[in-house]
Design a protein around this ligand. Sequence first.
Ligand code: SAM
Length: 215
Amino acid sequence: MNPEVLLSEGALGLGVELTPEMLRLFMRYLSELKAWNTKINLTSLRDDRDIVIGHFLDSISAVRFMPEKGRLLDIGSGAGFPGIPIKLVIRPLEVMLIDSSHKKTAFMREIVRVLGLDGVNIVCGRAEDERNGIERRSFDRVITRAVGPIPEILRLSEPYLAPAGRIILMRGRRGGDEWAAAGEKVKDRFKLVDRSEFTLPYGGQSRAILAVELS
Ligand code: SAM
């Protein structure tokens, strides 16, 4: 199956209909990612099918946890996941991407330029650095994928949350167990308000997405 059809049908399986224009932008993202990946190591996934399932569809699986508009912060977004695919699907979202790696933020800047995305800001720095220039208490959603254990993610994310904002934790199949094991300190401060457990399309890996709010 060609990557465009793979993406389009896989997204439908996740309840997301991609327009022809969105598909065009995703295919451009795919070709830029592969081209840069020959020079700098952005991702261990190399072929079209793995990138479409493991990066694009996995990122799109978080769309249902997003508002229709508002502000999203993606901490440790690497080569743009999940923040850039989410932005491609929900264009009114204002998206902030932060990563501590210079080469990854350089790639993200280039992809945002090539795809012509507005309302996306990229910061090279650490989430815990108070001088990183990102406004505190101002994001409707703070999302992370593959950045660290849940208590650490909550510690990094909390300062950025707007009142009534949600932290979206993209986890592997043990996500529910990780939450259960997170400890009383975490559960006193945060409550789990939504969750989804599923397998990625085309027999992909099991995933859990957890949404938490401040208690
Ligand atoms: N979220 C992307 C994904 O799922 O493909 C990248 C995951 S990668 C395993 C983790 C990324 O988080 C790395 O690019 C790293 O530079 C970044 N990172 C880790 N800790 C960070 C922190 N405290 N602040 C900003 N970026 C961080």
